[in-house]
Design a protein. Structure first.
Length: 283
């Protein structure tokens, strides 16, 4: 009987190894609160600006949204951060996807200048999840968080790119050397306009050889992907989101934030483990 079970298990392994399922890690519509969402330190400020819920039915159209109000100071880079259950990409076809709705409420003085970009990314919290609003001048909680983010433009700017976070300084950018723009100098159809609803998406997918493909799109305004070679991958494990604005006095709202992962089905993992155990015993 054991021999028969071993044969059946071994025959099933090749097909089961490719059996994947999609699981929901985060589904947030901000109906009544924003528990679990925090601000970390503005890179160049100690302001105590707080997050608020605002009825955004008129723009995004689904009720309350999470609002981050402008500080009217240059280069604050305020980060909105939340966590979710850790998922690790370990095989071809495994992926994690972020989708979200947003709108820029106002574009500040530099909207026709050189920056004013809105950034969003998927990260690993490096064992130190943010569990409070951190208003210190430099957040050690998130400075070491590796991951991948997209930088986009608002107002009259049209530049965007996909970046690798090295996990050595401020999340979603920071000083030179802390992040690498792996898809640079891309052009958007136009910068995000104030008062217009947009839907964004970012996917990180595991490829053969341990490479990662990072892709992002927003309503046909921008779309692109890049392959990060295995040697340059900073993490395969993810449990954190970050949204931020790079320059002064951009106000934006986010809603309907969904994070899903495509990973092996639990039965697949059990069968793979059992098959390996039986092989060891058989030997």
């Amino acid at each position: 009987m054991k021999k028969l079970f071993l044969v059946l298990a071994l025959l099933a392994l090749p097909g089961m190894a490719n059996a994947l399922e999609t699981v929901t890690l985060l589904d947030e519509d901000f109906t009544s609160d924003f528990a679990g969402w925090y601000l970390d330190a503005p890179e160049h400020s100690t302001s105590t600006t707080s997050l608020t819920l605002v009825d955004d039915s008129a723009v995004i159209g689904t009720g309350n949204a999470l609002s981050l109000n402008a500080l009217m100071n240059t280069d604050n880079r305020r980060h909105v951060i939340t966590g979710f259950d850790t998922v690790e990409l370990t095989g071809v076809g495994h992926s994690i996807t972020l989708t979200w709705d947003f709108h820029v409420t106002s574009v500040g003085a530099n909207g026709s200048g050189n920056k004013e970009d809105l950034r969003f990314g998927i990260y690993n919290d490096a064992g130190t999840p943010l569990t409070f609003d951190d208003y210190s001048a430099d957040s050690l909680t998130t400075d070491d968080d590796p991951g991948y983010f997209a930088r986009t433009s608002t107002g009259s700017q049209t530049e965007w790119g996909i970046c690798t976070e090295m996990g050595v300084d401020s999340i979603a950018g920071g000083p030179a050397g802390g992040w690498l723009e792996v898809l640079a100098d891309q052009s958007m159809v136009n910068g995000f306009a104030a008062g217009v609803a947009y839907s964004g998406e970012m996917t990180i997918e595991y490829l053969a050889g341990g490479d990662l493909k990072v892709s992002t799109s927003v309503d046909g305004i921008l779309s692109g992907d890049v392959v990060v070679s295995a040697a340059d991958v900073t993490t395969y494990s993810f449990n954190e989101l970050a949204f931020t604005e790079y320059d002064d006095d951009i106000t934006f709202m986010i809603d309907n934030v969904l994070v899903e992962a495509t990973i092996p089905e639990p039965a697949t993992l059990c069968l793979l483990g059992l098959g390996g155990l039986l092989l060891r015993k058989r030997k």
